[in-house]
Structures are given as structure tokens and as C-alpha cells.
Design a binder for this molecule. Structure first.
Ligand SMILES: Nc1nc2c(ncn2[C@@H]2O[C@H](COP(=O)(O)OP(=O)(O)OP(=O)(O)O)[C@@H](O)[C@H]2O)c(=O)[nH]1
Ligand SMILES: [Mg+2]
Length: 444
């Protein structure tokens, strides 16, 4: 069946032979895509004359039907067409949510999603994550839908990634690589770019097993972006050298940031960091509070480089710092790309935790943010929780957030901002006099 798909054959026939004579005729062909249906059919006949089709006509009709059902409107500007795959243990609702988020991530990276596949599994297969049968199915529907890549919601080990890429004949990436790709697109400062490149190379290194096609399929990135085809064709040694040199440059930058923060500390200007789930409206809130114009976009991970703005509150100076958003299942390798943000967080006397009140997953998003804070040891930092986008709430939304103890605001309309400013003022007065964390030099 894989050959049928990979070799672009209309049909295949296997004739078994017994005592030098044809015995059975097995005919296999691909079926037009149906939602839950089978992707292929196999029929067995005793005699050739039993085959009830006129072959040329049969194939022509089949091809027409396949083409009709597959004709998807290509999204203009999309660089790739991808099938998303979630293989999980947590049930359908979780999978659906996670796939929706993966789709938003893909779209942010200019990838058109042509299909989403969910497979419930009890145990991950160490060699290729999910069963070979399912992979073949994905491969065939990829062919139908003109997919150019498969994106796995689960992170793949180097072994899994290589095996799957070999089987698929399509580009194969995972969630981490997708997020790193977005980071690479969105980073603007020198430091941000270096950090993302370092994270990409560290992720790529154990996955480079040779110079075969499997490698370029794994490493090509989206539309050839990412670490870049040529860069990845250099051998492991050169990558390792590049990693060391990136680490050195980043250390220098980190030192400089450290000096800047030390000075800030000396000036005793308190820093409040605006944190929260990606796309919650952190940058919009920063702009609203400080009348500035930091980039705002309806995209995941629009902000990648922390930017700091000064806020005057009744003559008092406060620094507000915009940060990179968090996401559920933040892969460990991504955290490297967050270095500057993490340093900024460690230095803050408090956080403004912005929550998208209009998200159907508002509770999960709060939880994800708190989990990450706990992981990086900053859960005890004083937080002002702000439910943003309240202008978008309908009745159901209002019900959902009823019990969340937080300020209700809209960074867009300005609703509730006065209350927030008061809250900030009170908090900063009570905390800024006791610097929370000793500034220490960060090590990469
Ligand atoms: N309706 C409404 N939209 C908002 C509000 N605040 C932000 N938005 C929109 O939400 C989207 C994301 O806003 P950003 O400020 O970029 O969000 P962010 O949290 O900085 O996102 P990242 O930097 O990508 O993590 C943009 O399209 C904003 O216009 C609000 O109060 N109401
Ligand atoms: Mg932002």
C-alpha cells in the first residue's frame, strides 16, 4: 500500500502462482478520501475474467473522484501544506485543543493545515511513535491532499524523527521545531536571533545522522527557513563550532544585560514584568499603560524580545517589561530561546499576569502559565492577575470566568485600566522597597 502511494500507481496486482499456474489475483487501489473510511481497497479474484471492471474506465473515474474530493482551496502565501498528527494518551478533548493550538502555530509559520489526525495510544512506540499502519494511512492521505509536510504535536526523539522521515517521503517536524521556526521568524534583536539559532542548532545536532535525504527532510525547516538548508549541510563539527561561538556571543550579551540591570537596581527603579499565555494581549496592555507602540499582532509569539517601557505613576517611576508568551507543553528546548525573558523575570519585583478572558481555555491557560512559573522557581513572586479582552465576553464567557479572582480589563477599549493602575501603584509601593531577588550573573 505504501508503494501504491509513494510510486503514484493507480493500482497494483499481485498474482500468486501455484504449480507454475496463476492461482489468485489480488487487486489493490487507493480510494477517494472519506472522513472515517478506508484509504484503500484490496480485492481477490480466482480468475482474471472475474474482475468486474473495465480497467481504463475504472481508473479514470477513480482519479476524477479523488481529484474532486481533494481539491482544496490553496491558501495564498502558504509555504507548505501540512498534516498535523496528535498521538496521545489524554483523550479526545485534550487532543482537539492541542491540535487547534498546533494549527494556529502552523498558520503563524505560513503553513496551511490540510488535515488533522488524532490517534489515541496507550504507549509510544520508541521507534516511530505510532503504529506503522497509521503512519501509512497518514502518508496516503498526505498524497491525496497534496501535503508537503507532517507536523507531530508530540516531540519526536532523534530516532523516531529519522525513522518516520524515511518512511514518509515528506518533511517531518515536531512541535518544538515549529515553535523554533516561529521564533526564528519573529526575533528582531541580535540577542534574540542568536538565541533562536542556538536553540535550533542544539535541537538539530542529535538529529543529524547523515547527509541523506532523510536529513534534509527533517531539517529543511518551513519553506527552507529555520537553520537553513546550506547551514545544515555542513557537518556536525561545524555545527558544534557554531554552537560554541553562539554561546560566547550570548554570554557577552548576557553580561551587558547584567550590567544594565545592575544599574537599574542601583537606581532603584522597580520593574514589573507583564507575563501570560501567548496572544493574551500583553503587548497591547503595555502600550495602553505606557502609551507606547510595541508590536501587537493576532499571532502566537508575536513578541520575542522583551522590551521595557517607563511608566510614571503619580511621579513614581516604574519599568514595565513585555515578555515572551507562554504556551501549554512548552518544550524544554524552547526555554533556551527565552533566556533574555527569564533574566528579565528574575529581576522583577512583581508580575502582571495577563489572561485572555475570552479564550475557551482560560483556566488551562492560567494553569499553564503558573506551571511554568513554578518550574522556573518564580511562583512566589507577587502577581496581579488581569483578565483582559473583557470587551469580547458573551454570556457563556462571563460564566466561565465568574470565579476567577482578577481585575477585569480591556487593553483595547481601556475598560478597567484605571483600576489596574491603582493596583499597580499599591503593589509597587509595598514591594519595591525590598528587592526580591539578588541580581546574579546569569550563566548560559
Ligand atoms: N478585543 C480585544 N482584543 C485584544 C485586547 N487586547 C489585545 N487584543 C488583541 O489580541 C491580539 C494579541 O495581542 P498582543 O498584545 O500582541 O498579545 P501578546 O500577549 O503580546 O502576544 P504574544 O506576544 O504573541 O505572546 C491582538 O490582535 C490584539 O489586538 C482586548 O482587550 N480586546
Ligand atoms: Mg506580545
Amino acid at each position: 500500500m505504501t508503494d501504491l502511494a509513494l510510486l503514484r500507481l493507480d493500482a497494483m496486482m499481485v498474482i500468486s502462482v501455484q504449480k507454475d499456474l496463476p492461482h489468485l489475483f489480488h487487486l489493490a487501489y487507493l480510494l477517494p478520501p472519506e472522513d472515517q473510511g478506508h484509504k484503500w481497497r484490496k480485492e481477490t479474484f480466482r480468475h482474471l475474467r472475474d474482475i468486474p471492471y473495465r480497467f481504463d474506465q475504472f481508473i479514470k473515474e477513480l482519479e476524477q473522484e479523488i481529484e474532486q474530493k481533494c481539491r482544496l482551496q490553496a491558501v495564498s502565501g502558504a509555504e507548505e501544506r501540512a498534516i498535523l498528527v496528535h498521538a496521545g494518551t489524554k483523550g479526545e478533548e485534550f487532543a482537539k485543543r492541542s491540535l487547534d493550538e498546533l494549527e494556529r502555530l502552523a498558520e503563524t509559520s505560513n503553513v496551511q493545515v490540510v488535515d488533522k489526525v488524532y490517534q489515541r495510544i496507550r504507549k509510544y512506540n520508541p521507534a516511530h511513535l505510532i503504529g506503522k499502519g497509521k503512519l501509512k494511512e497518514i502518508l496516503i492521505s498526505g498524497l491525496y491532499l497534496g501535503a508537503t509536510m507532517v507536523i507531530f504535536d508530540q516531540n519526536l526523539t532523534p530516532v523516531q524523527a529519522n525513522n518516520i522521515a524515511r518512511m514518509m517521503d515528506l518533511k517531518v517536524i515536531d512541535r518544538t521545531q515549529l515553535i523554533l521556526d516561529i521564533f526564528a521568524r519573529h526575533a528582531t534583536t541580535k540577542g534574540g536571533k542568536l538565541q533562536v539559532e542556538l536553540a535550533q542548532l542544539r535541537y538539530a545536532l542529535p538529529r543529524l545522522v547523515g547527509k541523506g535525504t532523510a536529513m534534509s527532510r527533517l531539517m529543511g525547516g518551513i519553506g527552507g527557513k529555520g537553520p537553513g538548508e546550506t547551514k545544515l549541510e555542513v557537518d556536525r563539527r561545524r555545527i558544534k563550532q557554531r554552537i560554541s561561538s553562539l554561546e560566547r556571543s550570548l554570554k557577552d550579551l548576557s553580561k551587558r544585560r547584567f550590567q544594565r540591570r545592575k544599574k537599574r537596581k542601583k537606581d532603584r527603579v522597580p520593574v514589573l514584568s507583564i507575563i501570560g499565555y501567548t496572544n493574551a494581549g500583553k503587548s497591547t496592555l503595555l502600550n495602553r499603560l505606557t502609551k507606547s507602540s510595541v508590536l501587537v499582532a493576532n499571532k502566537l509569539f508575536a513578541t520575542l524580545d522583551p522590551s521595557t517601557r517607563l511608566l510614571f505613576l503619580n511621579g513614581k517611576k516604574i519599568l514595565l517589561s513585555d515578555t515572551v508568551g507562554f504556551i501549554i507543553n512548552m518544550p524544554a528546548d524552547i526555554k533556551l530561546a527565552f533566556k533574555a525573558t527569564l533574566e528579565e523575570l528574575e529581576d522583577s519585583c512583581g508580575f502582571i499576569h495577563v489572561v485572555d478572558a475570552s479564550s475557551p481555555f482560560v483556566h488551562e491557560e492560567i494553569e499553564a502559565t503558573e506551571e511554568i512559573l513554578e518550574e522556573i522557581g518564580l511562583l512566589d513572586v507577587k502577581r496581579i492577575v488581569v483578565l483582559n479582552k473583557c470587551d469580547l465576553l458573551d454570556e457563556e464567557g462571563l460564566k466561565r470566568i465568574r470565579r476567577i479572582p482578577a481585575l477585569r480589563v480591556s487593553a483595547k477599549t481601556g475598560q478597567g485600566i484605571r483600576n489596574l493602575l491603582e493596583e499597580i501603584e499599591q503593589n509597587v509601593t509595598s514591594t519595591s522597597s525590598l528587592p526580591r531577588i539578588q541580581v546574579t550573573e546569569a550563566v548560559i
